[in-house]
Ligand binder design. Sequence first.
Ligand code: NDP
Length: 322
Amino acid sequence: MRGFQVKRHGGPEVLEYVELPDPTPGPGEALIRVRVAGVNFTDVYQRTGMYPGTLPFTPGVEGVGVVEKLGSGVTEVKVGDRVGWVMMKGAYAELAVVPAERLVPIPASIDDRTAAAILLQGMTAHFLLRDCYRVTKGEWILVHAAAGGVGLLMMQIGHKIGARIIGTTSTEEKAALAREAGADEIVLYTKEDFQQAAKRITGGAGVSVVYDSVGKTTFDKSLDSLRRRGYMVLFGASSGPVPPLDPQVLNRKGSLYLTRPTLGDYVSTREELLGRAADLFDWVSKGELKVRVEHVYPLAEAAKAHADLEARKTTGKVLLTI
Ligand code: NDP
């Protein structure tokens, strides 16, 4: 099969499109013919080595395809089923082997691209807003990178909950998309001090929760944007990792809470995985959640997809078609 391999950490150029042996499913596993792979910022962290892992590896932690062959003992899916998966490497290839218990059957009403656009980023938006901190109607929340893949979904789900949302974006074009998706206020954080804006918008009180996926360049001011006993949810590092923190800072800034969650811990059981996916499929089918897929590349152009994502050139979901 054709697929990507990363043999050493580095820039997009370390993504090598090569001939690889066809994988074989072991007990409890399924062989999937991949149709669409999601591109996520996690792929960049794994490629650069910011997230440690063994080399070589085939990147891509999100895929949608058709079950081609089963290992022994698989009961969750059958040959011919259309399925998706998240948080397992190997989607940037024609074939992938995935534990069957991690596969999500895709309903007929959801096409391949929509499924690949909603699974990882949608489930992330879902757990962040509903479980990591449970957002309630009327409260102010701050979401960075509001026009990104996760961002645009958070705008819509947050709006559906009834939250009042302050989103940050780097450009006016991105601001317009985030507003359309449900943001009440937008701050261009490359031009304006978002902490001062958050305080002004909330009448000096600060927001209940900050969802910060940008990390290095936003973390300190995000803490300062919170209300007393507010929640800091650091869930990514698009601008680089946050340096070590003295816990006393949380005390001084108003008895704050800090968490650094990962989706894997919020879809750890099959029930939770399928439950989150079912909510998203339901909202998409009813037209309550719109998926923005504008950046679609052939598999062979994965390096360009990475470069564009890292250069902040993309909005919404980035996909590779196989
Ligand atoms: P996005 O589509 O949101 O792309 C990243 C965005 O971050 C950019 O578009 C840009 O928006 C913003 N950004 C700010 N500073 C920088 C910078 N220096 N370099 C690059 N981008 C920057 O990506 P995803 O939707 O795939 O992921 C969003 C974040 O969520 C990532 O940090 C990712 O790691 C995290 N994530 C975490 C998960 C978890 O389980 N913890 C699961 C899924 C995603 P702008 O131009 O508007 O500033």
